[in-house]
Design a binder for this molecule. Structure first.
Ligand code: PEP
Length: 259
């Protein structure tokens, strides 16, 4: 689905939204994306109850849509879970897996995230596999060990062909929703390490898009997206504000065109 170095910007609405407000935001995003040059692909991951609304307002636009989590199972007695194939029925093409909020609040393990990644791929969704260290882990010098184990646990379970179809998002936990973004240099350093892990799996896998997430704003987006191994962003808070989200998409579009 994704070409090398075409930027990808995906919004993560988290547990925000109501039907009335969503409609304006979805329409504004679709209209804004139509004006982009094509050096960036845009997506929105919405709460599951709003998938039908996303489908009806984004279908035919340049904005893809998807979910923020999926079940590790295909079907069965798993109350409250949503299967990848259910999201697919609403035209979804993206599924975030292993977001740090799910790892922290729902105790999702590396093994569970690997199963969810496999489910997304089997259904034909593009999994956006999130990895990231806490502040304590960074301060203890454990960043590479932590993100390496999180990504390695997924890559180990995938064939080269399957691994080439994922997207990876580096999201330092200390930067999510805090307003404190990693600097472009800090982010690039971890991205280069993750790129090495992908390359070690196979040179084809090294091409998967590596997104940065954590307090991306219009003001810091350009510098982040110009880094050698940053292919776009996973955007939380700013994706709820149409103008800010589109400004970030424009920064990615320009970075894609410049390189
Ligand atoms: C996120 O939730 O994935 C995220 C990056 O959030 P924020 O942009 O608000 O830091």
């Amino acid at each position: 689905m994704l070409k090398q170095r075409v930027r990808l910007v995906v919004g993560n609405w988290k547990m925000h939204g109501r039907l009335a407000g969503n409609a304006a935001l979805l329409q504004m995003t679709a209209q804004g994306a139509a004006a982009l040059s094509g050096s960036v692909q845009v997506g929105l991951c919405v709460p599951c109850p709003y998938l039908a609304q996303a489908q009806s307002l984004l279908e035919g636009s340049r904005v893809a849509w998807g979910v923020q989590d999926i079940s590790a199972y295909t079907t069965g007695a798993y109350t409250g879970e949503v299967a990848a194939e259910m999201a697919l029925e609403f035209g979804a093409s993206l599924a975030i897996v292993g977001h740090s909020e799910r790892r922290a609040y729902h105790r999702e393990s590396i093994e569970l995230v690997a199963l969810k990644t496999g489910q997304a791929l089997a259904a034909g969704l593009t999994p956006i596999v999130c990895v990231g260290e806490t502040l304590a882990e960074r301060e203890a010098g454990l960043t590479q060990q932590v993100v390496g184990a999180q990504l390695g646990g997924v890559l180990d379970k995938l064939s080269v062909e399957a691994a080439a179809r994922i997207v990876v998002a580096y999201e330092p936990v200390w930067a999510i929703g805090t307003g404190k973004s990693a600097t472009a240099v800090e982010a690039q350093e971890v991205h280069a390490f993750l790129r090495g892990l992908l390359r070690a799996k196979d040179p084809i896998v090294a091409r998967v898009p590596l997104l940065y997430g954590g307090s991306v704003k219009p003001e810091n987006a350009r510098e982040l997206f110009l880094q050698a191994d940053i292919d776009g962003g996973l955007i939380g808070g700013a994706s709820l504000k149409g103008e800010e989200f589109l400004a970030i998409c424009k920064a990615a579009d320009r970075a894609g065109a410049e390189q």
